[in-house]
Write a protein that binds this ligand. Structure first.
Ligand code: EPU
Length: 336
């Protein structure tokens, strides 16, 4: 079913809760509806807004926003303990995780409680606690507006990387993701190596699927603000990847600095949250916006802020980190 809204306030449709407006917002359910819409309307300007959990609107949007609402979760194949599931873009990511855990299916548990919808997951290859969406995604299906056709890309074709994919690069602005096919497993494969996960799982009684989900949820709740209470978009910045020599120089001055290996030879990933924290900005507040007091990677809207205020704070954070550590940190959030 299509729902068409004119001159709509976006405050309840973006997790930062900024009060920008869009000329039009259209919710669609099926691929047929989506294709018919594009053929009929020939939008001059359009964008996709899914859960609105990774965007910051800094101005009103003078075009049509498309929002997928398909709630389908179809179990399509089960073989040798592996299960393939096709999921509509409009399904809430954490509802999918809960669905899988209830059925004893492994693969999504470390990605519990990540806010957002399934259709957005492949775009920035969402990740947490040692897992990424790309570990389970088999295929991504989308409408390609330029060729006016449905297309499917296999995992290897999606060019997934750390918070990266083809959908943020070559295909940016020309596709609408409608469905994601994932592969899960009945076989246990606990991943407990990241941070406090193992300790929390032990406290709950051992590495069962339910306990891992519970542990991740409780760690996230203790650090990350609830968007329903405090406007935010999760990590506002990406963790910077730097040359090994740069990391080594910093480690001389700050031996306790967290650093992680990367898939790229000679490169090291640093923790932007730690850098911001050490720059003295954790809990820093400027009017209606601030750096979250429990996780410095997250910028928050204390109420009524507009996008420009958040951007001004983000620039200040970037400048301070640059000044103190010589490191440039990029935004993870999509700024519009
Ligand atoms: N740290 C601090 N102070 C802070 C924040 C972090 O000292 O204010 C230190 C931590 O103690 C830790 C290190 O920095 O040693 C890394 O922190 P954490 O483990 O909390 O994770 P992160 O690197 O800050 C990333 C993701 C999160 C994801 C967590 C857990 C990015 C940009 N962020 O954060 O993703 O939940 O790991 O896996 O990669 C998101 O993308 O929106 C998001 C929340």
């Amino acid at each position: 079913m299509i729902r068409d809204f004119q001159e709509i306030n976006l405050a309840s449709r973006n997790s930062f809760h900024v009060e920008q407006r869009a000329r039009r917002l259209i919710e669609f359910e099926t691929e047929e509806e989506l294709m018919a819409l594009f053929r009929r309307e020939r939008f001059a300007r359009w964008m996709v807004l899914s859960g609105g959990n990774n965007v910051l609107f800094t101005q009103d949007y003078d075009g049509a926003i498309l929002t997928p609402v398909s709630q389908r979760i179809d179990l399509c194949e089960a073989k040798d303990g592996a299960v393939r599931v096709r999921v509509g873009a409009g399904v809430e990511w954490d509802d999918l995780v809960a669905w899988a855990v209830e059925r004893g299916l492994w693969g999504l548990e470390n990605l519990s409680l990540i806010p957002g919808k399934v259709g957005a997951a492949p775009v920035q290859n969402i990740g947490a606690y040692g897992a990424e969406a790309k570990d389970v995604i088999r295929e991504v299906r989308f409408y390609d507006v330029e060729s006016d056709a449905m297309r499917t890309l296999k995992r290897e074709e999606c060019r997934f990387g750390y918070r990266e994919s083809i959908f943020k690069q070559e295909l940016k602005g020309r596709v609408v993701i409608t469905e994601v096919e994932i592969e899960l497993s009945h076989e246990a494969s606990p991943r407990l190596g990241y941070g406090d996960v193992e300790r929390e799982v032990e406290r709950l009684g051992g590495a069962t699927l339910r306990n891992i989900r519970e542990a991740i949820c409780s760690i996230r709740r203790s650090k990350l603000p609830d968007t329903a209470v405090l406007g935010n978009a999760g990590s506002f910045f990406k963790n910077p990847v730097v040359e090994r020599a740069v990391a080594e120089k910093l480690l001389n001055d700050y031996p306790e600095m967290p650093h992680y290996p990367t898939a790229e030879a000679g490169k090291v990933k640093l923790a932007a949250g730690w850098l911001i924290d050490r720059a003295g900005l954790k809990g820093y507040r400027e009017g209606r916006v601030g750096v979250h007091e429990k996780q410095a990677l997250v910028l928050v809207n204390y109420g009524g802020a507009d996008g420009a205020e958040v951007i001004a704070l983000a620039h200040k954070v970037q400048q301070e980190v640059k000044k103190q550590f010589g490191i440039a940190i990029d935004t993870e959030v999509n700024i519009l």
